[in-house]
Design a protein around this ligand. Structure first.
Ligand code: H2U
Ligand code: ZN
Length: 337
């Protein structure tokens, strides 16, 4: 019997209600694409020119304190600003806009300029987990969506190698989040169970897409992944938001984060670039039982430290596409755990 997953097929993404084209037979095609050069990485523990290192001056003239674990400050170049008094939506035929308000912060993961999140030790990563959860509680008390994320590596547009993440929080549900919300809500209405809690069960049963499993967490390459080594990290029990995580779940999260990032780094023997971020129930005061907390990792690399995937051509114009199957990607990552 031929496995139809060896042939071109489409896979459905139930979180975003969209499809991805999978073309596994194409993995043997010759590749003459761009080779990027990897800059040598021998960073000092403290860089006097880094605007995130302890004690240094930022763009606005402020000095960072001599912080010893994590440090949060308001982004000096925030993409979202406090509400503009009297601002109204505008609608002129097909042209619509609305005012938005929000808040942006920078999260320093460590005083050490030379480390990445994955190179920190688990107790230090645990403090980052606590910082993330505290941001949801604090900023979430004012705004309905708190997006926590990390851009790692210049390939993902990070402006500084100092280990750091960001918070962009807003008074509306952003496009992708609104779609995840609608999809999880429709699934819950139909199945009386949160979509991603059911997914954890199914992926544990099937096993082929599992990268790592711990007592409380599951790391998989989603069946519908669009980026070659995209992963999805979920708690095994139903948890809606980061602050709900228990002590044990937070410690365990620190360990599986370290494992996942180490495996990424080992895959192409490079400090693996990615954008990662947390999705949980909106912080608008409602219960949202359909929501399950999860983190997405979107890494751009395809076949080496220098060959990355670009979303171009058919993907920009028609539908996302991948060659290597999610099962093949998971197998390669799992072998390094
Ligand atoms: P990225 O490296 O992921 O781009 O994040 C760095 C953020 O730090 C970026 O959003 C902010 C930038 O606006 N920043 C400050 O807030 N103060 C500074 O002195 C420089 C950069
Ligand atoms: Zn630094």
């Amino acid at each position: 019997m031929t496995d139809y997953y060896d042939h071109p097929h489409r896979r459905y993404n139930p979180l975003l209600d969209e499809w991805v084209l999978v073309s596994p037979h194409r993995t043997k095609r010759p590749w003459l694409g761009q080779k990027e050069t990897i800059p040598a990485d021998n960073r000092p523990q403290h860089d006097p020119n880094c605007y995130l290192c302890p004690g240094n001056v930022r763009a606005n003239g402020e000095h960072n304190p001599d912080y010893t674990d994590t440090y949060v400050f308001e982004n000096d170049f925030a993409a979202l600003l406090p509400a503009l008094v009297g601002a109204e939506p505008v609608s002129k035929g097909l042209l619509r806009s609305e005012p938005t308000a929000g808040e942006c912060r920078v999260l320093c993961f460590s005083p050490r300029h030379d480390l990445s999140l994955g190179q920190m030790d688990p107790p230090a990563i645990r403090r980052v987990v606590d910082m993330w959860a505290d941001q949801i509680t604090d900023v979430g008390s004012r705004l309905k969506w708190v997006q926590i994320f990390e851009n790692k590596g210049s390939a993902m547009g990070a402006s500084n190698p100092h280990p750091h993440g960001q918070v962009w929080a807003c008074d509306y549900l952003p496009t992708l989040v609104a779609r995840e919300d609608a999809c999880q809500s429709a699934y819950f209405a139909k199945n009386a169970s949160p979509m991603l809690v059911d997914l954890v069960e199914q992926e544990l049963r099937e096993g082929q897409r599992v990268v790592a499993e711990s007592m409380h967490w599951l790391l998989i390459v989603p069946f519908w992944a669009t980026w070659p080594f995209e992963t999805l990290l979920m708690p095994k029990r139903h948890v809606r938001r980061l602050p709900e995580l228990t002590d044990g779940e937070r410690d365990d999260l620190a360990v599986i984060l370290k494992t996942g990032i180490r495996v990424y780094d080992e895959l192409f023997e490079t400090s693996f670039p990615y954008s990662m971020g947390w999705h949980g129930a909106p912080t608008d005061g409602a219960d949202h039982p359909h929501w399950q907390l999860h983190a997405h990792f979107y890494p751009p690399l395809l076949r080496s430290a220098t060959v990355r995937k670009f979303m171009v051509g058919f993907e920009l114009l028609a539908e996302a596409q991948r060659d290597v199957t999610p099962e093949g990607a998971a197998e390669r990552l799992r072998a390094l755990v």
